[in-house]
Design a protein around this ligand. Structure first.
Ligand code: GLV
Ligand code: MN
Ligand code: MN
Ligand code: MN
Length: 400
């Protein structure tokens, strides 16, 4: 019988990022494909029937596939330089839960599947929760096929290289019908459970959040030969976005705004950039507040671009409104787990995307560092096993 921490050790060397630290595992890249093969082998070892849907999400069925299944899982990809737990903990816990359920003589009375979503972090193609957005039709399939990674590879080409037909990308009504309910176990991405001295909890809601691309264009020129007054330097309005993001989010309770990625072109120390792209991640408690924060940042960006004689184009790359997890399923979890704390989360999840179509819930495992999307992300082995035990209890309860 496997433990979640033992299974994490099995994949500890896959996708280590020696430059950034942590892990870089991105949708359909060599590393993620290796992890998918590993998962497939583990599922097959357990007698599960592994299938890949048209969007590249991996399903492992315990018994015959069918509608209205109890489904659990998460994702195997990471942000660039991410931690070991965000995503993989939910996948290894699902495998460990199968072992524990089998050991106690569990027999699925309704269809039962593990589900691994593709490209949850958007670390390669820029759109978070891509596999679940495609499955639910929350992203247009043609637009998705045209998404490109930083090397110019389209999603269509990437899935083709992974042996899938890009024509199969898009809303999958049958797969949706198959999910009767989805429970995602995840490492907590803050200090909520640490502060409550609780090893596990469950999710109450997810902040409204989205990603916006700000593209500034100016005039590329020589860093030494161009007088300051003659410049149209897009780095100036870009730096204003960073400051405006902090300013706008600081004035609204619970709002977050981050510029974590900036790309000057051509990107030379002695070159005034001709263009700068940056990506804003903004989140808040509700739709109107999130939109207001982004509008304030956009207005500052426009003013700064104009002052420098630069042009600005803003594109919304993805967006999702506040998610309130299914009340009925939450009640079932609370009853099964004996009143564990329920916490809101600022992080996005496939369970949040699916929540508009099917009942979903999340189990959180305490993270003593409170850090996530970085190598310091952590969960103690004992807490991981408490997470598996909780998942086992919940899955058993839902198998009616
Ligand atoms: C994904 O983990 C996100 O919340 O950005
Ligand atoms: Mn994440
Ligand atoms: Mn995650
Ligand atoms: Mn996520």
């Amino acid at each position: 019988m496997s433990t979640a921490s033992g299974l994490l050790v099995d994949i500890a060397e896959v996708g280590v990022d020696r430059q950034r630290g942590g892990y870089s595992r991105h949708g359909f890249d060599r590393v993620e494909l290796e992890l998918r093969e590993w998962f497939t082998a583990e599922a097959v070892k357990r007698g599960l029937d592994v299938r890949v849907d048209g969007n590249g999400n991996l399903w492992a069925w315990w018994g015959a596939p069918g509608p209205n299944a109890v489904v659990t899982g998460s994702h195997l990809d990471s942000v660039p330089g991410g931690g070991a737990f965000d995503g993989p903990l939910g996948v290894v816990s699902a495998l460990a839960a199968v072992d524990a359920l089998r050991a106690r003589g569990f027999v699925p009375r309704r269809p039962f599947a593990l589900l691994v979503f593709a490209e949850e972090e958007g670390g390669r193609f820029g759109v978070a929760c891509l596999g679940s957005r495609l499955l639910t039709g929350r992203i247009d399939a043609d637009a998705a096929r045209r998404l490109t990674d930083p090397d110019g590879v389209t999603l269509a080409d990437a899935v083709r290289s992974a042996g899938l037909d890009p024509a199969g990308l898009g809303r999958d009504a049958k797969a949706l019908r198959d999910i009767g309910c989805f429970v995602e176990l995840h490492v907590e991405q803050g200090r909520g459970l640490v502060d409550l001295a609780a090893p596990i909890g469950m999710a109450s809601s997810i902040l409204a959040h989205g990603r916006w691309r700000f593209s500034f264009s100016g005039e590329g020129n020589h860093a030494g030969a161009t007088p300051i007054g003659d410049r149209r330097d897009p780095m100036l309005p870009a730096s204003n976005v960073v400051l405006a993001a902090r300013r706008a989010a600081s004035t609204v309770d619970g709002a977050r705004a981050t510029v974590g990625r900036i790309l000057p072109t051509p990107g030379g120390t002695n070159v005034i950039a001709s263009s700068v792209d940056l990506w804003l991640d903004a989140r808040a408690g509700d739709d109107a507040t999130t939109r207001a924060v982004v509008a304030e940042i956009t207005a500052a960006a426009e003013a700064a671009a104009q002052a420098e004689g630069c042009l600005l184009r803003v594109t919304e790359e993805s967006y999702g409104d506040t998610v309130h997890f299914d009340a009925g399923l939450r009640d079932e979890l609370a009853a099964a787990l004996g009143g564990v704390p329920a916490l809101p989360t600022g992080a996005g999840h496939d369970a949040g995307i699916l929540a508009a179509d099917v009942p979903t819930a999340m189990v959180f495992v305490r993270n003593p560092t409170g850090v996530s999307h970085a190598p310091a992300e952590f969960a103690e082995p004992a807490d991981c096993e408490a997470g598996v035990a909780a998942l086992v209890t919940v899955l058993d309860q839902l198998n009616r």
